[in-house]
Every structure is written in structure tokens, then in C-alpha cells.
Ligand binder design. Sequence first.
Ligand SMILES: [Zn+2]
Length: 503
Amino acid sequence: MQPEGESLDGDTMANAWAGAGVMVNSGPLNDIPAGKGEAESVPAAIAWLEANGKGQGESNYRLRDWLISRQRYWGVPIPVVHCPECGIVPMPDEQLPVTLPQDVEFSGRGASPLAQLEHWVNVPCPTCDRPARRETDTMDTFIDSSWYFLRYTDAKNPESAFETAKANGWMPVDQYVGGIEHAILHLLYSRFITKVLRDRGLLSCDEPFERLLTQGMVQNTAYKNPKTGKYVAPENVADPENPIDPDTGDVLEVFYEKMSKSKYNGVDPKAVLAKYGADTARMFILFKAPPEKDLEWDDADVEGQFRFLNRVWRLVTEYIAVRAHSSTPHPSSAPQQDLGKDEKTLRRAIHTAIQAITEDIEGDYQFNTAVSELMKLSNALNDSAAKESPVYTEGIRALVLLLAPFAPHMADELWHQLGHSESVHRAPWPVFDPKALVVDEITLVIQIMGKTRGTLEVPADSDKAALEKYARESEAAQRYLTGKEIKKVIVVPGKLVNFVVAG
Ligand SMILES: [Zn+2]
């Protein structure tokens, strides 16, 4: 493998190249970037081997023998006894489950504390009834985490781990959320156990989890003294723009790091909840980054979400105050025909938001862009010139419904204030109307020799001939084309008409 831009001339290289490179001296693979990705050397080599009948690709799971026993009290007892006559004997079903004794002493010495409990350890052999000893190791917690989701499907079953019919009814898990630290061992073990249970006819699914989301970490600013290696608490940094260690006078390094007590960069959720409430905290976390990305804590952005929720509160309560005194209540669904220009513009904003937020939630969990759409809808309502229209009522309802998954407490309160007795979380999700997005007028640009001379609102479905006609009759054309010879007319449908004139 050769680093890009370096020669293979050995004596000019001070160190072995450890980065990504391209293939050399590899026949048909020369110049291909080294790696396992698409268009990289590993799949290319496999393809070549397969094409030439010299080998084939294979997935290698590296699942090695797995030592599941631990010398610990806290764990599931391994239900076997050691008999001097019979060897290792499984406990019969009627003696299961083997439970942990309560009278254990933690000495910190020797083997598992279970080994010290003679009354628990000494049992008759289930096969020959001679004195035998229980296994005192317990199972690794990885065993439990490999099938715990199956227990959720039948959590109170006293007879068995789960009933196959119930597990088959629920499984596989639709969406699994976990930290990246689980992405290898736990998930591999879970899949392994699932496949074993399937092979034994205890489960019908092949894979335990349909979808995995590995969420990012919450990070915050940490100040580190590069000389002492010690972290300094933010409240001891006088000027965050120019951070100095108050004890040593050294210039501090600034990092965004995973929150931790030792780095003094944790944020107490209780303080955020007390100052802004849970809805603001949720909105901030959802808005700041997509869930799979690390999230940088930012007090200004928390404040920003607080202000946004306050704007929504004002918007909805002002609407309620006005409508409460209105003698003409609006219907629960807005009329869709004979709408004015402002009503159409607002309705388009409402249904753009419904469509985008629905897709953001159901698709790749892009909650941050969903919150952006809520902000756009709130602005569109605020700026609307159609506040008296039933379309505005439709917009206020949609805003509260769309807000509900993100700021559940406030949305529920506003929903009640809007006159509903049921919770907003039981109300149907708003239905997207594609017709609301249809634009029936476009702005046509009128150009003379490529220079914009005016614009014109024309029906969106106008064909080329109609657009040229509108353009020729426009005020701009009348003004600039009088007495000139038109050599050519260029029509770009939906956009512009350009007149090319002589000399
Ligand atoms: Zn025995």
C-alpha cells in the first residue's frame, strides 16, 4: 500500500505510513483506494477473485467462544450442581429458578461470596441424591441483555422466560435506541441468542431489531490546563474568550467534551427544568442536533427555544382571546375553495409544515428540522394577513398538534384552552393536503436583452405561447419595446420571457 503523493523509495520515508493509501504492485487493483468501502480495494479484490474463480467473499463475525461465568454474587445463578458421582448435573425443571440467597456476606476476598454459603452450596444431587455442590459462578449480565426484550413481551410469566406466541406477536423490536458502545458486543450477542431460540423453535423472528439508532452524546465546554493536565470549572474562568487558569495563570485549552464531573462540564437538568421547564429542555435537545450526532450544550440556544415557545404561547392565546369574543365561530376544518391570496399562502405554509414534520418524524428522526418547520409555521401565522380567516384557525390547530410531540405539556395546555376536553396526545395527527401546496400563480420575469425590466403574476399553468402573450402585453414590454424590432423571444416556462431586439 502506498501513501498518496509519496514515493516507494524506501530511504526517503522516515516512518511507515499508517493512513489511507492506494494499491500498488497489485495488478488489476493498482491505484484503487485501499479500504472496505464501495469502490475500494477489499470489495474490488473479492470481485476479482470471484470473477476469476479463485475465491469468494465471506462475512466473518469474529464471534469467539464466550465465557459467560463470573465470580460475582449479582448475576443469574448457573443452574447446575457438581456431583462426585454424576459430574455436572442440570437442575431439574421443578427446582427452577435457582434464586440468589439473601444472607450473603461481601468479604471482598476469594471467590464469589456464594461459595462461602455452605447451606446454599450443599445440595443433594438431583440424579443420585448423594451430597453435591452448586455451581457458585453466576452468568455474565451480557446473557440477560441478550434476551431481556423477549421478557418484555410476557413480563409476568411465572412458568417460562416468555411464551412463544406472545413474543412472536411483538417481535422484532421496531426501533432500538442505544449508545454506540453497544453496537458490537451486545448487538452481536442478542442476534446470536435470537437465532439460537429461533433454531430451537421458541421464536419465529430471524433478527431481534428492525432498526438501530445510536444516539449522540451531550457535550459541553471543558477547560483544561495543558501544563498540569487538570480541568478548571467554568465558573472559575473569568473570561471565556480568553480563558486563564486562576491558580497558575496558564492559558487554558478549550474542548467540547462528553459531560463529566471530573471535567466540571456537566449541566444539572434540574436547574434547566426549574428555570425553563421540561418542554424547553426537550425542544433544545431535539433542535440542537439530529439524534445520532453529538450535541453541544449551549445556554443561548436553550434560551432561544424558551423564547420560541413563548412566541407560540402568545400566538395561540391571542388567537383564543380574539376568537372567544367572535360571534362567528370557525368550522373545525377550513374551506378549501374560493380562498383569497393570503389564505392560499397561509394554507400552503400549514400543509408544507404538516408534510415536512410528518416525514421528519416517520423517516430518519430528523427532529431538528421538524422544529425548524414549527418555527416557520409559527412565523407564517404571525405574519399572516388572513388572521380573520378560518384558514388561520386551521393553522393554529395544526401548530398545536404538530408541537405536541416536541413540547407535550405546553401543547396539551394550549389544546385545552382551545376548547378541547381530550388530551392533544389523543387527537388525530393533522392530515396533509397536497392540493394546498399547488401554486396557481407564478411570478414571470420580463427581460429585454437579458436585463430584467419587470415582473408579472400569471397563471401557473400557462403554456409558452400564453407566457409570450402575457409578456408582450406587459407594462415593461410596452415601455421598452416600442419602436424596436423583436428578433427573437426566449420563453423559459415557469420563469421568464426574454426579448432579443435589433441593434
Ligand atoms: Zn449424582
